[in-house]
Write a protein that binds this ligand. Sequence first.
Ligand SMILES: [Zn+2]
Length: 131
Amino acid sequence: MVVRSWRHIKERYNLIGVRCKNCGTVYFPSREICPKCRRKTDFEDIKLSGRGKVYTYSVVHVAPKDFEKQAPYVIAIIELEEGVKITGQVVDCKPDEVYIGMPVEVVFRRIKEDGDDGVITYGYKFRPVEN
Ligand SMILES: [Zn+2]
C-alpha cells in the first residue's frame, strides 16, 4: 500500500484489515467475499497490531527504478499475530540478519519523493523487534 500525501496519513497510519463476521478470519487488504465461507458475508474493520514474524523472504539485489540506492534489500511475507500475511520490505537490519520466524513490527516510512510536485510517498515496512 502506498500513501500519496500527508492528508491521508492519519487514516492510513494504521493497518486496517477486515474480519469476517461469520467465521472470524482476518484479511488484509480488505475483500468482499470470504474464501473460507465461500459466499458474500459481512465484514467488520479491524485494526491490525502490525506485529508478526517473517514467514518467508527473499533478498532483492537488482532493484527497480527509484529504488536502486536501497539494494540489496529484503522483501518478506510477514505473518501477523492476527494470522493474516502481508508482503513488505524489512528495514533497519542487514539482509543476512533476516531469518524465518524473526519477530517484526510495522513502521511507516517515506518511500520516495517525486521530483516535480514534491509529493512524498509513504508506505508501510517492517523492522525487527528488539528482544
Ligand atoms: Zn468467513
